[in-house]
Unconditional design. Sequence first.
Length: 395
Amino acid sequence: MNRKPRVALIGGGLGGLTAALAFSRVGIEAHVFEQASELREIGAGIGVSANAVKVLRALGVEKALRERGFESEASVGRDLTSGRSLFQVPLNDASGPRFGAPHVNIHRADLLDVLAQALPGPQIHLDSRCVVVSSCDHGAAATFSNGRQEEADLVVGCDGIRSFIRTTLHGPDAPRFTGNMCWRAMIPVERLPPGHVAPHVTVWTGLGGHVVTYYVRDGRLINVVAVQETSDWVEESWTIAGSREDLLAAYVDMHRDLRTLLDQVEHCFKWGLFDRDPLRTWSAQRVTLLGDAAHPMLPTLGQGAAMAIEDAYVLARALSCSPEDITAALRAYEAARVPRTTQVQLASRRQAKIFHQNSRGSTDLNADWIYEFDPTREPIALRPVSENPGIRMMH
Ligand SMILES: Cc1cc2nc3c(=O)[nH]c(=O)nc-3n(C[C@H](O)[C@H](O)[C@H](O)COP(=O)(O)OP(=O)(O)OC[C@H]3O[C@@H](n4cnc5c(N)ncnc54)[C@H](O)[C@@H]3O)c2cc1C
């Protein structure tokens, strides 16, 4: 191939948009195909930890991210009942961000907007649900529900936990219900006594559940994620409305500081938490996966989107290092990403158990190894294809 490769990204979530930006920064043409009629994210917050901020810095959007978000000073664990302090992980110290970049909490819609605004051209195609994907050794093609067909040198499934591309590559396997559900809510800060919520990511840990709170929108809103173990959940959907009464009833013995906060919840949604077992390989011929499509995980370490952002950067770099040999680029991408995302997926499961044991054992957050990592410095290890034959697509 004597020209730059062309990439089709299926899915316009945080992973797909970061990938579009990363490809544009290395001069590779990438188009995003999103099934929805507008780019949208659920009305909730997201923590962008230092490892992911390092990528957004390299992509030139750190300033916009920090202007729209809120920089939390520390991650602080508190006992849900007594309020006792359990752990404190400083995210900044006197010399600046402790992990080489700040931890930024932001409204998801704001992050999506930051990424979309940074794209250089009209690369996003809405109302484009991918219904067929095919591949051979020299190229790939995607067909959309609107009849459009696209040929590309590489198709990337960035289509989330219920990924159609993943099913095409690896066959059907349902996401696994993790035995946890959560409520999510946003509370305007003026509803609370001044200074009631510390400028931290606070993790209230109790028996069988935990509640995470942090500021977004430059400190004007407080985001609440309340996780509870449960055996009876069937749906994974954002559309199920929850009630404040249900939420308060789930944490009857909560500390008064947390109750004062949760008393102010007006609207909340219920959400089942699903993940999947790690895959050993993601790609087949000219099709690969990225983000939740490749490695959906529990949100206990706040790393799902961070891993998608890391994937996006590494994939774009791998392809820019090996534009003539896309198979070698995909091998390098997987070699860099599968071990790390597998570790984080499994650590996220363990962290749920640690948070929910509360007084039965020590409750701690060990995430330094995740935050310290700098994906922009990862070596891209290109190897001849003959050393590592890939799997072929299922049809
Ligand atoms: C309660 C909770 C809290 C969380 N907190 C954090 C946090 O603090 N920090 C963090 O890093 N992560 C967090 N996460 C995880 C994070 O939300 C996800 O990992 C991240 O959104 C995944 O991004 P994605 O782009 O891979 O997938 P998605 O955001 O699911 O995007 C997939 C996109 O693909 C589109 N699509 C699907 N199928 C098709 C198709 N066939 N054709 C075209 N388009 C299609 C969808 O419409 C969607 O826009 C949390 C998750 C939960 C549930």
